[in-house]
Design a protein around this ligand. Structure first.
Ligand SMILES: [Zn+2]
Length: 381
């Protein structure tokens, strides 16, 4: 992976390059960014740059023996740690990332912006949670007890490190405190909220920015997307998540399914049509947990765009063009006054989904809250 394969994040890329050029590479770093902002591809590009024997000031060379191995994510001094769970094949046995690494490479090479849900689906265990377990930490310590093979830096990339359980995290503390020379831990995470303070205090944290719609469109076009208005719509729905935008691009029907769900739901909330809410609630319950979270994020993105329309009706926005009638009516009930409340409610719902809230109850409660916030704006008129 090259820095140029990572969309946006120019400021952070520069900071990471400089750390190498100035030989001030912190031995444990954490890249924190929202889903689809690119913390994994950025970590991999940084690792490749660190290990390259002929880097320029901006990019790894791509041709040295290290880069060639990195290109396939097969460098012996690169260790990949990631969430996973039991599949049918490893029932009853201990397992670590090592047992899944061939499939992980395959999935990441196919789409470095993949989400946890995509990865678990790839393994055929989309209804399970993924975790980083104590066997992973043991594997890391085991590898570190050997000398590095050849690279200047040995790199351990820990993808979605918030999925590390306490036992696994505790086992790593000592090595994070006193790592072997020229060993770099690159953790990525979407949120540091539930991470052990003892880990956080030992890492240098970098924050990725949420990707703009324009950056996502550029990325989709570079990725081979030819339909620019489709790309704009996908970017708008994906709300900063490039991986999701790419999925939309490959599956245009899912775009209309999402927009239709959103429109039906908002109408039902506004009119308090309980029978419609109940139908949507059943539909919502059937989606997997990650899909539910995606949908809430997309709803937030769509609401933001409805508000933008209200503020600047002449701006060109793809969803707006296709759903003009709905947006014109609905935008009267969205204002800066209730927007914050709406986004907070969606965020809170997402937080509770993560913690196994009952989807039917959650969806109904959320619909009531949204309804109240929409009414609040309506009453002003
Ligand atoms: Zn190179």
């Amino acid at each position: 992976m090259f820095f140029r394969d990572v969309i946006g994040q120019e400021r952070l890329k520069q900071k990471l390059r400089e750390s190498v050029l100035n030989k001030r590479v912190a031995h444990a770093q954490m890249l924190v960014g929202p889903t689809g902002a690119g913390s994994l591809p950025l970590a991999l590009a940084y690792a490749q740059y660190l290990a390259c024997t002929d880097r320029s000031e901006v990019e790894s060379c791509g041709v040295c023996s290290s880069c060639r191995r990195y290109h396939l994510l097969e460098h012996p001094d690169l260790q990949l740690i990631f969430p996973k769970n039991r599949t049918g094949d490893n029932e009853g046995q201990k397992f670590s990332s090592k047992d899944f690494v061939i499939r992980f490479r395959e999935a990441v090479l196919e789409d470095p912006y993949l989400s946890l849900q995509q990865w678990l689906s790839f393994l055929g265990i989309e209804n399970k949670q993924g975790a980083i377990n104590v066997e992973d930490s043991a594997e890391i310590l085991h590898n570190l007890s050997y000398k590095a093979y050849e690279a200047e830096y040995r790199v351990i990339v820990v993808w979605l490190s918030e999925k590390m359980n306490t036992e696994a995290a505790n086992k790593l503390l000592k090595v994070l405190e006193e790592p072997p020379v020229r060993t770099v831990f690159l953790f990525t995470s979407e949120s540091t909220e539930n991470m052990l303070a003892t880990i956080l205090s030992r890492v240098q944290t970098h924050r990725l920015e949420r990707l703009s719609d324009a950056e996502i469109v550029q990325g989709l076009i570079a990725d081979g997307g030819s339909d620019e208005s489709q790309a704009a719509l996908a970017a708008q729905l994906a709300d900063g998540d490039f991986g999701l935008a790419r999925q939309f691009m490959h599956d245009p029907e899912s775009i209309s399914a999402t927009v239709n769900f959103f429109i039906g739901w908002m109408r039902a909330c506004f009119t308090m049509k309980m029978d419609t809410i109940s139908v949507l609630m059943d539909e919502f319950q059937k989606m997997g947990r990650e899909r539910q979270k995606d949908l809430l994020a997309q709803a937030a993105g769509l609401l933001r765009n409805v508000l933008l329309y209200r503020m600047a009706p002449d701006a060109h926005q793809p969803m707006i063009r296709q759903q003009m009638e709905f947006v014109q009516k609905f935008s009267r009930f969205i204002s800066p006054d209730n927007m914050e409340g709406l986004l907070t409610e969606l965020d809170r719902a997402s937080y509770h989904i993560e913690r196994n809230a009952h989807p039917k109850i959650l969806f109904t409660d959320l619909s009531y809250s949204i309804s109240a916030l929409l009414q609040q704006e309506a009453l002003k008129r």
